[in-house]
Structures are given as structure tokens and as C-alpha cells.
Design a protein around this ligand. Structure first.
Ligand SMILES: [Cu+2]
Length: 253
């Protein structure tokens, strides 16, 4: 009885493994299909999407990051986490990635080299969004060793040290939200958000964003914030016009 129970558990977990694996593979296939589906065309009379991402409710206190290593470089004071940065006056949320998710054709994607720096033991910027196929220069502006640990699933994962003043370049080919941490300084974290089309923006300190040169049409627009998650909405863009879109997050219960 005990034996068959145990086998049952093993078979059960094996089956779960197969199921979750096939879901995972399915997601990759879907993402790749989506990536291939986006076509670069000349956009004539495109419109813009402008808006803000705001927080509704009492602004939570920022999480405090304890600095307990390399204080000469990192600073003697604890740091404020950037996982949720809300403007006290406008209640705009910084570092939210806003993007069109289902656009089939549009402007050319800028595949350039972006930069993610490590300075005074923080990642700058905290959230970086790039088009698929972009390179990212991972820099170390400090005089101490940092490490770059990517929590990628679709893109090639890496976990490598970069000495003071150093740099390494990595390419991000597949759409994915990649968390980046430093294993030397446990409080350091950031995100590289890889997008399959060029219609994305990261909100500024007022929670504002702007997406330009969008072909007229109706699209799904998505906001992603690392602590508060995703929100989607529909937007209809008219030729040469500006369309306003607002996202409002409330505190997670
Ligand atoms: Cu570090």
C-alpha cells in the first residue's frame, strides 16, 4: 500500500513535470510565432499613444535595502528599493513598461546597443526595455567586483563577474522579462524587458509614457510593473492624432 502510494506520487509528479514542460515549450513556440509575425513596414500618418500609469491609494513606504558590503563604494547608508517608485504628488509610477502586445505590422524596430550600468552598487536604469535582437552593454562603473546573474528562461542565461570599470555585452534575442541580480551584493536587482515589436516605453518619474508612429488601428496595450503585475486595455489609434491611455494600479492585497 505504502509502496503503491509512493509510486503514485512519483508518477504524479512525473506527469506534472511533462505537463508544465509542454506548457513552457508552448509558450516559447507562441512567443516565437509572435516574434516572426511582426512585420516592419513604412508607417504613414501614424498616431501617438500618450498617457500615465498611476497608483490609487496610500503610497506604501519604499522597501529599505540593507547595505552590508563594500560600503566604501556602495555607501554607508541603506538604500531605497526601486521595486515600486511612486511620485508623492502625481502618484505616477516609475519604471512601468507599457507596450502594444498584438500589433502585426509597423515601424522598424531599433536594434541598438543599450546599456545597463552598476553604479554605487545599484543597477541603472532599474528597468530597461529593448527590442528583441538588441545587445546590452552590462557595465561596472564602480571600483569593486560586481556580478551579473540573468534569470532568463528563453534567452541564454548567464552568471558572470565583471571587475571594476569592466564591461560585458550580451544579446537578447527572444521576448522575455529577464530579472538581473548581482550575487555579490544581494540587494541589487533590475529587469531587462525584451519586446518583439518596437511599440513600447518605460514610464518616467511622473508615470508618463509616449509611444509614437503607430499605424491607425485598435490594439491591446499592456502595462507591466514588477510588483503590481500586468494590466491590459484596448486602444484605438487614429491617423496623426494623439490618443490618451491611463492605467491605474491599486495596492495588492
Ligand atoms: Cu554588485
Amino acid at each position: 500500500m505504502v509502496k503503491s502510494l509512493r509510486y503514485g506520487t512519483i508518477i504524479g509528479s512525473l506527469m506534472l513535470g511533462v505537463i508544465s514542460n509542454s506548457i513552457w515549450m508552448g509558450n516559447i513556440a507562441m512567443a516565437q510565432a509572435k516574434g516572426e509575425a511582426y512585420k516592419e513596414v513604412d508607417v504613414k500618418d501614424g498616431g501617438s499613444i500618450v498617457g500615465t500609469v498611476r497608483f490609487d491609494g496610500d503610497i506604501p513606504n519604499a522597501k529599505i535595502l540593507k547595505v552590508d558590503k563594500d560600503e566604501q563604494t556602495c555607501g554607508h547608508e541603506n538604500k531605497q528599493s526601486e521595486e515600486l517608485v511612486i511620485n508623492g504628488e502625481s502618484k505616477g509610477i516609475k519604471n512601468v513598461v507599457v507596450s502594444l502586445v498584438d500589433i502585426a505590422a509597423g515601424k522598424k524596430a531599433e536594434v541598438t546597443t543599450a546599456a545597463l550600468d552598476q553604479k554605487e552598487c545599484l543597477f541603472i536604469p532599474h528597468v530597461l526595455a529593448v527590442s528583441a535582437g538588441s545587445n546590452v552593454d552590462l557595465l561596472n562603473s564602480d571600483n569593486v567586483m560586481h556580478n551579473l546573474h540573468s534569470w532568463s528562461i528563453k534567452n541564454a542565461a548567464f552568471n558572470e563577474g565583471v571587475s571594476g570599470g569592466g564591461k560585458m555585452t550580451k544579446k537578447f534575442d527572444l521576448p522575455e522579462i529577464v530579472k538581473i541580480t548581482c550575487d555579490v551584493h544581494k540587494w541589487m536587482s533590475s529587469y531587462i524587458v525584451v519586446k518583439n515589436n518596437p511599440y513600447f516605453a518605460v514610464t518616467d518619474e511622473n508615470g508618463s509614457f509616449r509611444i509614437e508612429n503607430v499605424p491607425a488601428g485598435t490594439y491591446k496595450i499592456e502595462a507591466w510593473q514588477e510588483k503590481l503585475g500586468k494590466k491590459t486595455s484596448d486602444v484605438t489609434v487614429k491617423p496623426k492624432e494623439e490618443t490618451a491611455v491611463g492605467f491605474v494600479y491599486t495596492a495588492k492585497k
